[in-house]
Design a protein around this ligand. Structure first.
Ligand code: PEP
Length: 253
C-alpha cells in the first residue's frame, strides 16, 4: 500500500541573515516543486514572515522551529503558536533534540506545545530520538515509545492527533549534524516500531501520519533512506542550507 506523500523539510536552525534566507527560499521554489513531494522550509522565527511572503503561491510551505505553549503573556523572547500562524507559517518543529537535550525541554512541555500548535491551526512536527548511550544500551525502541507517549496530546481513546495535524520526525540524537547515520535496517526497525505504536491507539488512521527520518541526510544517502518502508520524508538540517542539496534530496524522494 502506498504511504502518504513524502515531505522534505529543511530546518535552517540559527542560520541565515535576511538576504541569504530570502535567496535560499527563492532558489528552493525556483528549483521546481515536483508534484509528488511536499517541500517545507523552517527558517529562524525572525525570518518566518518574510520567507512566507516570498514563497506565497510557490507551493513551498513555511514552518517555525519552536513556539511557546501559552497563548500570550509574560514570556520574554518567546513566540506563540498563533504568532507563528499569523506570520504565514503552516508548520512548527517541536521537541527537536537541540531543545530537549540542549535546553532541558521535557516531553510534558513538548506535549503542551503540540496542543498549542494544533489550537492555532499549525501542523506539529514532533521530534523524537535516542541518544548514543541509549542506543548502545539497546533502549532505542523503548525511548521512542516513551517520547511518543509523553509528547503527543492524549484523548479518551489514545493519541489525539491525525495525519493532518501531526508529523513525527525520528532523529537519532547522535546522528544529527555528525555525518553518521543508523544502518538502513535500524531505520527500518525504528520507523516500523513508531508506526505500530501509533496504530495501537489510532488503528488504520496511523497510516496517514507522516514519519520523517532526520540525522545527516544528504543527497548521497537520501535515496536509500527515503526508500525504506514507513519513511515518509526527511527533516534535513545542514543539507537544507544549500538549495542544490535540498532539491537533490527532494528529487531522491
Ligand atoms: C536536524 O537538526 O533536524 C538535522 C537532521 O540536522 P542534520 O541534517 O544537520 O543532521
Amino acid at each position: 500500500m502506498a504511504g502518504p506523500r513524502k515531505l522534505i523539510a529543511g530546518n535552517w536552525k540559527m542560520n541565515m541573515l535576511r538576504g541569504e534566507g530570502l535567496d535560499l527560499a527563492r532558489a528552493v521554489a525556483d528549483g521546481g516543486v515536483n508534484g509528488d513531494v511536499d517541500l517545507l522550509v523552517c527558517p529562524p522565527s525572525i525570518l518566518v514572515g518574510a520567507v512566507a511572503e516570498a514563497l506565497t503561491g510557490t507551493g513551498v510551505a513555511v514552518g517555525a522551529q519552536d513556539c511557546h505553549e501559552a497563548q500570550s503573556g509574560a514570556f520574554t523572547g518567546d513566540i506563540s503558536a498563533a504568532m507563528v500562524r499569523d506570520a504565514g507559517a503552516s508548520h512548527v518543529i517541536l521537541g527537536h533534540s537541540e531543545r530537549r537535550h540542549g535546553l532541558g525541554e521535557t516531553s510534558e512541555r513538548v506535549r503542551a506545545k503540540v496542543e498549542a500548535a494544533h489550537a492555532a491551526g499549525l501542523v506539529a512536527i514532533m521530534c523524537i530520538g535516542e541518544t548514543e548511550a541509549e542506543r548502545d544500551g539497546g533502549k532505542t525502541l523503548d525511548v521512542l515509545s516513551q517520547q511518543i507517549d509523553g509528547s503527543l496530546p492524549m484523548g479518551e481513546r489514545g493519541f489525539a492527533i491525525s495525519g493532518d495535524d501531526t508529523v513525527i520526525a525520528y532523529e537519532p540524537v547522535w546522528a544529527i549534524g555528525t555525518g553518521r547515520t543508523p544502518t538502513l535496517d535500524e531505520v527500518l526497525a525504528a520507523h516500523a516500531h513508531i508506526r505500530a505504536h501509533l496504530q495501537e491507539s489510532l488503528g488504520n488512521n496511523a497510516n496517514s501520519v507522516r514519519i520523517l527520518y532526520g540525522g545527516s541526510m544528504k543527497p548521497e544517502n537520501a535515496g536509500d533512506l527515503l526508500a525504506i518502508d514507513n519513511v515518509d520524508g526527511g527533516l534535513i538540517g545542514g543539507a537544507s542550507l544549500k538549495a542544490e542539496d535540498f532539491l537533490a534530496i527532494a528529487a531522491a524522494a
